[in-house]
Design a protein. Structure first.
Length: 172
């Protein structure tokens, strides 16, 4: 687990090979961390998202991830993933695991050494923080991701405290 770090802060201020965005299937921006990342990255990021193939308006199905350039952000890539809406989508646990798995697979296949992630689905999409932390940290702890420096960037002290409690439990 020593390749996994938890921190409090704004993910758009971080320096990493890849920064992960909690997007929606259209991948054309939104609120929350999606809005913050697009504001910080500038219009080039939206242009890169528009270049991602879409089918009936969907560029990234729930539980999958797409990688683009990063505009003005201090990173090489943005990996956009779409987590489940906790009360609306079937099997949210499976879909959240899949979102993180696809995300970290893209980071590995694109030669990233470091990746920063937000608490996907824990805002507008209503995923309970503790359950989400258990899923996210279990995926990050898989041996195939041990070559990555993984940073989970929490946006409030309360969220960081919850994730830290789960992390500590997993290390015991
Ligand atoms: N840095 C790090 N984390 C952030 C930031 C930021 N700048 N801004 C928000 N967060 C946190 C939120 O506090 C929450 O814990 O990211 C987590 C995910 O919340 P959302 O951004 O609401 O993402 P999500 O719940 O996955 O909902 C995605 O919201 O913004 C729209 O377009 C997006 O439709 C999509 C939906």
């Amino acid at each position: 687990m020593k390749h996994i770090r938890l921190m409090l802060g704004d993910i758009t201020a971080l320096q990493a090979d890849a920064i992960v965005n909690a997007a929606n299937p259209k991948m054309l921006g939104g609120g929350g961390v999606d809005g913050a990342i697009h504001r910080a990255a500038g219009p080039d990021l939206l242009a890169a998202c528009r270049a991602v193939p879409e089918h009936d308006g969907v560029r990234c199905p729930i539980g999958e991830a797409r990688i683009t350039s990063a505009g003005n952000l201090n990173c090489r890539h943005v990996i956009h993933t779409v987590g489940p809406r906790y009360l609306l989508d079937p099997d949210p646990q499976l879909l959240l695991d899949s979102a993180y798995t696809h995300t970290l697979n893209l980071a590995v296949t694109h030669g990233c050494r470091s990746v920063a992630l937000p608490a996907v689905s824990c805002g507008v999409y209503g995923y309970p923080l503790e359950e989400a932390a258990e899923i996210a940290l279990a995926v990050a702890a898989r041996k195939e991701y041990r070559s990555l420096d993984i940073t989970f960037c929490l946006f409030s002290q309360a969220n960081l405290d919850i994730w830290t409690a789960v992390y500590t439990q997993m290390c015991d």
